[in-house]
Ligand binder design. Structure first.
Ligand SMILES: *Cc1c(COP(=O)(O)O)cnc(C)c1O
Length: 423
């Protein structure tokens, strides 16, 4: 009911005396006028600061999980800021290479990498391939026979259930990802790969899930990994991503520094050798809070005794998280950023689905009207990257803002783009 908690804004977000929001020195209402809505606005300084924090916390080798948000400008920024980048498909690999990221700074993931994707990655010379299945080992053997070589890690499932949504839990035994330690599959995978001299096994990888607030989940994973990892005598251990971020009033998450410190402590306590190169792959913790989405309010429907519906010009096509995971967001009006929000409404999109929710129970200022720019913060991860053309809605533009300057890093789609692939 109170005003927006300002800590949910990107780090350079400031509120002018008249209540208007600026990010990166740019007035966001002017950005909406100039570039149209819906619009993703990323704070470059925020992104750089999170990348630098990740490198300070984990050291060289820490990778940004590009599926959270990726375009050429993002790949270049992340690389400039000292992080490696993890990609999980040939498409993500192609974008990073097109951005000029040196291939040795890339890590290839994926539970079903095709022979073509593996070939592209090995030929490009990616730094690490994280092996996920015995079928993939067969494909790597074929590449080895053809004289190709790579550095590989083995993705294992430690058999722990992280405190998070079922759809983003990945460390449990019943999963499509990785090799089970408990069943002996992980040991067999390491063994098979070690018989391929072209494939240098450099470490073990585990990723237990996403949007995890509880550091104890990571500690449990490390305890479960230690007895398997230590006897292998491998130099690297990657703990994956998954650090949560606050989206709504009342949520709080550990910092990247705290996350790394807890992991190091747990590794030491579990007897993992201190010279192990410990790394991680944050995605959400780098990108989520760096961006806001700007929408324009198009209709307001008051259903007496039921609720009010506020419809904006985007929806599940630019942010499917509320539909997929029941995720919560805040909403506010950047023309009066610090205003009280006494009015309860349901913010919905423009798609032909009742499930097309953006904020099911939003608090907004009493004077919200049609034509207002409405803003949802913390939309920098798994928003644009999961965007679709459902209902043939063109995907929004993406801006990077810094130092009072805005640049379009992904342009808005046009109707021509929607027709581009039709025969
Ligand atoms: C998704 C994913 C990540 C990043 O997860 P976040 O929750 O965004 O930090 C890291 N590593 C792997 C293997 C992943 O699949």
């Amino acid at each position: 009911m109170g005003p927006l908690p300002l800590h949910l804004l990107p780090s350079t977000g400031t509120v002018a005396p008249d209540g208007r929001l600026t990010i990166g020195g740019c007035d966001v209402l002017q950005l909406a006028e100039r570039y149209g809505t819906p619009l993703f606005v990323y704070d470059e300084e925020h992104l750089r600061a999170r990348c630098r924090e990740a490198v300070a916390a984990w050291g060289d080798g820490v990778a940004y999980a590009s599926k959270a948000f990726l375009c050429k400008a993002m790949a270049a920024l992340v690389h400039d800021s000292g992080m490696c980048i993890d990609v999980s498909t040939g498409g993500e690999l192609a974008v990073c290479l097109a951005a000029g990221v040196p291939p040795e700074r890339l890590v290839l993931h994926g539970n079903n990498k095709s022979l073509a994707e593996l070939t592209e990655a090995v030929e490009a010379g990616v730094g690490r391939i994280v092996v996920d299945s015995f079928d993939e080992i067969d494909r790597l053997s074929a590449l080895a026979v053809a004289g190709m070589s790579a550095r590989v890690m083995v993705r294992v499932t430690p058999g722990v259930e992280a405190h998070t949504h079922e759809y983003v839990m990945t460390g449990q035994e019943d999963t499509k990802f990785g090799f089970s330690i408990a069943s002996g599959a992980a040991a067999r995978a390491v063994d098979q790969l070690r018989r391929l001299p072209e494939m240098e096994v450099v470490g073990i990888h585990a990723h237990i899930g996403s949007q995890i607030f509880v550091l104890a989940s990571f500690r449990k994973a490390i305890e479960a990994l230690a007895d398997f990892f230590t006897p292998l005598g491998l130099p690297e251990l990657c703990l994956g991503g998954g650090l949560g971020v606050p989206y709504v009033t009342g949520e709080a998450a550990p910092t990247i520094i705290e996350w790394a410190a807890a992991a190091r402590e747990a590794c030491a306590a579990a007897g993992i050798p201190s010279d192990t190169r410990l790394t991680a792959e944050p995605g959400r913790a780098i990108a989520a809070a760096a961006a806001v989405t700007l929408y324009r309010v198009g209709t307001v429907k008051d259903l007496p005794g039921i609720r009010s519906y506020v419809a904006v010009d985007g929806g599940m096509s630019d942010n499917p998280r509320p539909v997929l995971y029941g995720s919560g967001y805040e909403a506010f009006l950047p023309r009066s950023t610090t205003a009280d929000r006494p009015r309860q409404v349901r913010v919905v999109g423009k798609h032909c689905e009742s499930g097309d929710l953006i904020v099911p129970d939003a608090c907004v200022p009493a004077d919200l009207v049609v034509g207002d720019i409405l803003c949802t913060p913390v939309t920098g991860a798994y928003g644009h990257s999961m965007a679709s053309n459902y209902n043939k809605v063109p995907r929004p533009a993406v801006l990077f803002v810094a130092g009072g300057h805005a640049r379009v890093v992904v342009r808005r789609e046009t109707y021509d783009d929607l027709l581009r692939l039709d025969a």
